[in-house]
Design a binder for this molecule. Structure first.
Ligand code: C2E
Ligand code: MG
Ligand code: MG
Ligand code: MG
Length: 305
């Protein structure tokens, strides 16, 4: 009976593998046509300056609206898009769309007084042109024409380079350090800002912070989660803020969900925050509504993202 059980287990395992393989194939096939079918959409999550309470930027976050699967979150397809190389055209679409949107909001601010300190006067209104943060994947980072592509998108959309922030993860730096340093300097030369996403979760050494032309650290939300109750997490977050400031970097906390977390971060001099406490990532129309109506650091009703 042990043999029988073993065989059943194997069968069970095998059929699970088949299901997984089928699911992957289904997603991969659909992913290949998703761009042509215009199924991708970007949501924007505001980044709030803690000193002024104003929106200073937003992170562009990719969503896939599949006709049958519904809204597919990035965790379910980014990995596969990486493996298949589809992340390259998808990432190019993200970059172009996010930059065009940010430019449109700059223009709206100038022409209609949405945000950007043109006298709208309400708290929460941006005081400077909004920055847009775009996530870069490992595969995009190794594309030989990345720098040219970014330069072209900036030229074509007319977005000032300083208004684009590229989010990188520490894992991009471990393979070929010399190449990474060179690439980051080329990107910096365009005038864009560079940030380290999910800071503290990677395993690369801190020495890259000396060598790499980085502007921003984003504290991973796993550290932010328990800052108000867990002494170790609180110590780590305080240390990251100090580290960032000693290196003259800006520091953003991710995943801020509660007033207690917000108070802690403000008290310890964190520069900016992003999280559900202020707003979920929003579709364009809702983000515009927020730009018109935001109240400084008041938790908004949790709008559906
Ligand atoms: P990320 O870049 O670290 O983005 C932050 C994630 O945290 C987002 O998940 C966001 O919705 C979520 N988040 C924000 N505030 C809170 C909060 O208060 N609480 C909690 N629990 N979560 C919060 P999302 O949109 O599902 O994206 C997941 C990841 O997928 C991103 O992590 C990023 O690594 C990747 N991703 C998203 N868009 C793109 C893209 O255009 N290109 C690439 N290469 N990766 C992307
Ligand atoms: Mg990110
Ligand atoms: Mg992150
Ligand atoms: Mg992440």
């Amino acid at each position: 009976s042990a043999k029988k059980l073993g065989r059943n287990c194997w069968r069970f395992y095998e059929s699970t593998m088949n299901d997984e393989a089928q699911e992957r194939l289904r997603i991969e096939t659909a992913l290949r046509s998703a761009l042509e079918r215009d199924e991708f959409v970007l949501h924007y999550q505001p980044q709030v300056d803690l000193a002024s309470g104003r929106i200073v930027g937003m992170e562009a976050l990719l969503r896939w609206q599949h006709p049958e699967l519904g809204m597919v979150p990035p965790q379910r397809f980014i990995g596969l898009a990486e493996e298949t190389g589809l992340i390259v055209p998808i990432g190019a679409w993200v970059m172009r769309t996010a930059c065009a949107q940010a430019k449109a909001w700059h223009d709206a601010a100038r022409d209609h007084g949405i945000g950007a300190g043109t006298g709208a006067g309400w708290p929460g209104a941006p005081i400077a042109p909004l920055r847009v943060a775009v996530n870069l994947s490992a595969r995009q980072f190794t594309q030989p024409d990345l720098v040219d592509d970014v330069a072209r998108v900036l030229a074509e959309t007319g977005l000032p380079p300083a208004s684009l922030e590229l989010e990188l993860t520490e894992s991009l730096f471990v393979d070929d350090v010399a190449r990474a340093v060179d690439l980051l300097h080329q990107l910096k030369a365009l005038g864009v800002a560079l940030s380290i996403d999910d800071f503290g979760t990677g395993y690369s050494s801190l020495s890259y912070l000396r060598t790499f032309p980085i502007d921003v650290l984003k504290i991973d939300r796993s550290f932010v989660n328990d800052i108000a109750s867990d002494g170790d997490d609180a110590a780590i977050v305080v240390s990251i803020i100090a580290l960032a400031h000693n290196l003259k970097l800006r520091v953003i906390a991710e995943g801020v969900e509660t007033a207690a977390q917000l108070d802690f971060l403000r008290e310890h001099g964190c520069d900016e925050m992003q999280g559900y406490h202020f707003s979920r990532p929003l579709p364009v129309a809702e983000f515009e509504r927020l730009l018109r109506a935001a109240t400084a650091l008041e938790p908004l009703p949790l709008l559906r993202a």
